[in-house]
Design a protein. Sequence first.
Length: 304
Amino acid sequence: MSSSHLPTRTAAAGLLLLLLASCAPHAAPKKAQAPKLLSPSFSLTTSDLRGMTAAMPAKIQQAILAEPGVFLSEMAAILKEPSIYFVLVDKQHALPSDYIPPELVNLKEAGLSVSRSDLVLRKSVMPEVLAMVHKALEDHVLLLFSSTYRSYAYQKWVYAREVQLYGKKVADSESAVPGTSQHQLGDTIDFGCICNRFASTAAYRWLKDHAWLYGFSMTYPEGLESVTGYRYEPWHWHYITPAGTTVQRDFFDDVQQYLLVFLYDNRKELVSHYLGNDLGRGWQAASEIVTPVGAAGASAGPAQ
Ligand SMILES: [Zn+2]
């Protein structure tokens, strides 16, 4: 009987000795533990990430904090791409009047279906554009390009004409103030009729399922006017790279605006905590290419 108690008593005595030893005055003080890093790609802690996502809708913040390691590895993939694909251009953030994309390529000459012969896009997006068009054709879907790069001067002319014809209030509800159109970036496409009917076409259904694989994202989804500043535009697709569309789908409720606002607000923090040595072009720039615009450009309306 007593033999079965022996080992227990011995173990208890050992434990007591250990406890006494750890309480002894000469025991070395415990080192303060450094906050745990969430990813090998960034020197960021849970507390940092909580602060960086505080302005996001609760659903998005929760998704990011639930899988911070996955989120940051997807962020690292974004930082390897050129930063120009993640510039926030909206009613509150305008491109400079002299911004012109480098190397524009004529789409008709590239063999694409166009509604006008003078349509051009940024050369760097053409490999993805051509791959997307060819895959659509394999699936018996023809993608018609109706509007692509639009210069600041052209947008200024359109806007001034609207003001002249209908007054500023109506113009602001129907036309983008020059500098605030994604089309000036040269990586944005309006497909088909540029009208609501496009949402019921095979081309739209195909884009909705496949465009993200080629880095294209629909900028103005249905029911998000208060977030994007524009009504539903099923025809308007903007290139943010496949790394961008992946993180948009996985963590930003599949809303491009939330992703681009997050990157705009946190780009310096992300870059300064990035541990890799392969930052994409432009990410090191201290200043943004866009500048905040006044409240005059903040009214909602179709962007086209
Ligand atoms: Zn458009």
